[in-house]
Ligand binder design. Structure first.
Ligand code: ADP
Ligand code: MG
Length: 322
């Protein structure tokens, strides 16, 4: 199988959206913007041995490669439109690529994303997606708009992806059911695309949780020039993580909850006057939204334990170069 056979077989497909005038097959794609819209563009790369284990299920990896990018668009409040996929692959493994693209396409179809180009080369396995999303001009959610007095929310439950990683690394163990739930959260996160769109005009600031709550929320606070207080006791987590939090693996559980990466939930701030509106969004999308604290005028993040005492030494957020 040569490069062009692979491209023809796995990537090329007739354009589906009228916005794609030239799709895969030419030197570049030609896409037309909707009048009055802005595009949000982002790129994210997954490297074998760094972001995923060698031997990870190809289908799940295809899903996750797109999911992490959709999560960035969700954090901006953008509706996903187009994706470009650059892949370095160790060999022309047709079966692996078919499974990978099955996972990628299922998620792309679910959220209306069209693959419009990419690049394919031989090399250590490395997958990189460039994503284009769209929103009405001026409505993007950024990290910079949080106001003193706002509430702080997170979607879903936190810490399961890090818990699965700890399990796969032999640092903890889980009952079979909890293990498969956590591993699914790590390997096939569902990006909060519908939530991001629903938060336009509601959230004052937002970001997605890819590197851990305290570090990521810290970025939002810095960019907004405010501080916040959050409570460990109300941060939503799975029963498995809650069990460890209350037991002798508390340190590990706390690190998963506060600094675990790869959750791809959204964290956002909003005025207290919008609490009912936010509860209605949670109900209509069937996505749990939990108020975990509040924004204040000071700087930095204070995390209080279940008894209300500030935790002095927070677990560190993930940093590739630390
Ligand atoms: P060029 O050499 O002109 O850059 P390529 O031979 O790399 O073009 O790619 C041919 C066509 O196939 C291009 O339209 C490109 O966007 C597309 N393509 C290549 N690899 C991928 C991929 N992994 N996913 C999607 N499209 C791809
Ligand atoms: Mg070319």
């Amino acid at each position: 199988v040569n490069e062009f056979a692979l491209i023809g077989r796995h990537f090329q497909r007739a354009p589906r959206s009228a916005a794609v005038r030239v799709g895969i097959g030419d030197d570049g794609a030609v896409i037309s913007p909707v009048p009055g819209a802005e595009w949000v563009v982002s790129v994210d790369m997954l490297v074998e041995g760094r972001h995923f284990f060698a031997g990870t299920d190809a289908r799940r990896l295809g899903h996750k490669t797109l999911a992490v990018n959709l999560s960035d668009l969700a954090a901006m409040g953008a509706a996903p439109r187009f994706a470009l996929l650059a892949g370095a692959l160790p060999d022309a493994d047709d079966e692996w690529l078919a499974a990978f693209m099955q996972g990628f396409r299922a998620l792309a179809d679910r959220f209306g994303v069209e693959l419009i180009g990419g690049d394919t080369t031989r090399g250590p396995r490395n997958l990189c997606v460039t994503i284009v999303g769209e929103l009405p001009a001026g409505t993007a959610l950024t990290r910079g708009g949080a106001q003193s007095g706002d509430d702080v929310y997170v979607s879903g439950v936190l810490g399961d992806a890090a818990l699965a990683l700890a399990m796969l690394q032999g640092r903890t163990s889980l009952a079979p059911d909890a293990a498969s739930v956590a591993q699914l959260r790590l390997e096939a996160p569902v990006p909060r695309v519908t939530l991001g769109v629903a938060l336009r005009g509601v959230a004052t600031a937002a970001l997605d949780l890819s590197d851990g709550l305290t570090g990521d929320l810290g970025h939002l606070l810095t960019d907004s020039g405010v501080g916040a207080v959050i409570d460990v006791g109300v941060i939503p987590c799975s029963p498995a993580l809650a069990g460890k939090l209350a037991g002798d693996e508390r340190a590990l559980a706390l690190a998963c909850l506060l600094a675990g990466g790869d959750d791809y939930e959204l964290c956002f701030t909003a005025a207290p006057a919008l609490r009912e509106r936010i509860a209605a969004i949670a109900a209509s999308l069937q996505i749990p939204l939990t108020r975990i604290g509040g924004v204040g005028p000071g700087a930095g993040l204070t995390v209080r334990d279940e008894g209300g005492t500030p935790i002095s030494l927070l677990p560190a957020a993930f940093d590739h170069f630390a």
